[in-house]
Design a protein around this ligand. Structure first.
Ligand code: ADP
Length: 577
């Protein structure tokens, strides 16, 4: 690790060493001191040798060798130098010798405390040896050995300071570097974790830039396309797949652009299923077709204060595609089953009803009153069963998208009048007052399928009659010229509907639990079918209710002056003049 450190900061150390070498070179060649001038040649040779040694040491030895090798070699080099120079000069030119020491000292500092102690011990031995040499007989005549000794001490201090200062800087940088490395590692781990989440998701995840280029695609998406993730990234999505909006029957209606489609379009469902809109994903290379739902979120990146290249942070979108093919198939099987069962049950129920009515007609007089009561109950139950079967068939038709309208210009007030008349008796039987006053104003004809809309009106009015214990039921019709619609309202003084139930009233099989539910024998399908029929007419249906006071159901249909709708019905082949 430390060797790696040395390699990285070699230049710093080298620069210091070179500065010392140059300084000492100048000192050796310019000093007026006789003792220095005397051995100038040999000193210059020593400087050159030290220079060569420094190059070899930093460039080749230090970066490659192990700690132990470095310490041993340093001690060896150091000793050889001491003895060689002492031998040739008869003296140890202290400042010069310190040069040999610089790389060794720096290395020692970097290698750790043990290495440093060894080198310092070496230096002390050197100092003592040098002092001893001054008193050798072949000494070339140094006037005052103590001066040289002081000079040597100063040199050692100087070199030690350079070594210390260098090492300190290097260590500071090293700790900064390590911190950075740690941060990098943390970021890498975070990225890995995010990537793992993304890759292990069952849903297909895709990120696009504004030009439809794929920035990210997860494993699940790559598997669907049967292409590796690397091949997908960067490609324009048009070259890999198309996404089409589907209708309730699963037919593709229009190709959509994933970079511009709005969240509202993705969430709003104008097909018959509740929940988000369904789309069809068609892959181009392996020709796969999947039904999917989409979840879209925009990629917004604040480019301020960021030096990242623009193309890396281009705003775009993240799209999550959920494969619902199997769910849809299951749903379809369910609908088919219900439709088949209801269809098959129709014939025996018709037979039962037929025989019951024949029995009622012919055997009433011969039966006891109690047996007649049984017969009546059987007849009521058979009628309820028929309604249920009819409702189930309607629901399956709606869900298959096979519920067709036969729209005609209709006199609305007349139609409502007839329906009220049909149900008036039932209201009277239950002791309810039925208020119906045709509006005085002139109401234009409306665009409706009279049979279907009658079904809606009958259902709402029957509910009002069934669920109201006492009081009255008021029917009103109002023309709204601004929107070219006619709004029909049925108000009752019944028990009202609890607030929490209001939002679910138009859902399949929903019935208000409690007293209401027990008292009546409904199916919970009437309002669902009514809503679907009114929506097929492009109208609206809603409810207002105060619990304990009463309920008002209203629905709107368009007048013949709504030319846009008329045209639409004509195009759908639903309109007959
Ligand atoms: P059902 O066959 O049960 O009548 P609907 O879909 O027609 O099915 O109605 C759903 C539920 O809404 C009913 O079960 C009833 O609880 C409630 N409801 C409908 N109309 C009224 C009303 N006028 N007053 C009170 N509750 C009503």
């Amino acid at each position: 690790m430390n060797i790696e450190l040395m390699t990285r900061y070699r230049k710093n150390i080298e620069i210091s060493v070179w500065m010392l070498i140059i300084g000492i070179g100048l000192f050796v060649n310019l000093s007026p001191q006789p003792v220095v001038q005397q051995s100038q040649t040999i000193l210059n040779i020593v400087i050159l040798t030290v220079t060569a040694y420094t190059i070899v040491y930093y460039r080749f030895v230090a970066p490659r060798w192990s700690t132990a090798e470095l310490i041993l070699s340093s001690i060896l080099v150091y000793t050889v130098f001491v003895f060689l120079v002492a031998h040739f000069t008869g003296s140890l030119q202290s400042v010069l010798f310190s040069l040999v020491f610089v790389p060794i000292l720096i290395t020692a500092l970097m290698l750790g405390v043990q290495a440093l102690l060894i080198v310092v011990a070496g230096e002390v031995i050197w100092l003592v040896t040098e002092f001893y040499f001054y008193f050798l007989p072949f000494h070339p005549g140094i006037s005052d050995p103590h001066i040289l000794l002081w000079e040597k001490l100063i040199a050692i201090l100087l070199v030690s300071f350079v070594a210390y200062d260098n090492s300190r800087e290097i260590f500071t940088r090293q700790s900064e570097h390590e911190l950075l490395e740690q941060e990098k590692e943390t970021i890498r781990l975070l990225q890995e974790r995010e990537d793992a989440i993304l890759q292990s998701m069952d849903d297909m995840v895709l990120s696009l830039d504004t030009n439809k280029n794929i920035l990210i695609a997860n494993d699940s998406f790559a598997k669907t396309l049967d292409i590796s993730q690397n091949e997908i990234i960067g490609k324009n999505y048009d070259s890999l797949f198309t996404i089409k909006k589907t209708n309730s029957v699963g037919d593709a209606i229009e190709t959509i652009d994933l970079t511009t489609i709005t969240t509202k379009e993705v969430e709003d469902n104008d097909s018959k299923e509740t929940g988000p809109t369904n789309f069809r994903l068609q892959t181009l290379n392996n020709d796969k077709q999947l039904f999917v739902t989409l979840a879209i979120s925009n990629l917004t990146v604040d480019l301020k204060d960021k030096e990242t290249p623009n193309d890396m942070v281009a705003p775009g979108r993240v799209i999550v595609l959920r494969d619902i093919t199997e769910e849809l198939q299951l749903e379809r099987m369910k609908i088919d089953f219900v439709s088949m069962a209801a269809h098959e049950l129709r014939t025996p129920i018709t037979a039962i009803r037929g025989y019951l009515s024949a029995l009622k007609e012919e055997a009433t007089t011969s039966l006891t009153p109690e047996h007649n009561k049984f017969l009546d109950r059987a007849d009521i139950a058979a009628n309820q069963l028929t309604t249920l079967m009819e409702n189930l068939l309607s629901v399956s038709r709606i869900e298959k998208g096979a519920f067709n309208l036969d729209v005609r210009k209709t006199d609305w007030v007349h139609l409502i009048g007839q329906r009220v008349e049909e149900l008036a008796n039932r209201a009277i039987e239950r002791g309810l007052q039925l208020n119906w006053e045709p509006p005085k104003e002139n109401i234009p004809e409306v665009l409706v399928d009279p049979l279907r809309v009658s079904e809606v009106f009958n259902n709402i009015l029957s509910n009002a009659i069934n669920y109201t214990q006492k009081g009255s039921i008021t029917i009103s019709v109002k023309y709204e010229p601004a929107e070219e619609i006619v709004v029909t309202s049925i108000s009752d003084t019944g028990p009202g509907i609890p607030r929490e139930a209001l939002n679910h009233l138009f859902e399949k099989f929903f019935r208000v639990s409690g007293v209401l539910e027990q008292g009546s024998k409904g199916t919970g399908l009437g309002l669902y079918i009514s809503k679907e029929i009114i929506e097929l007419h492009k109208g609206k249906i809603w409810v207002e209710s105060t619990f304990g006071e009463g309920t008002t159901f209203s629905f709107s249909v368009s007048t013949i002056h709504n030319l846009k709708l008329r045209k639409q019905f004509e195009q759908e082949n639903a309109f007959r003049v």
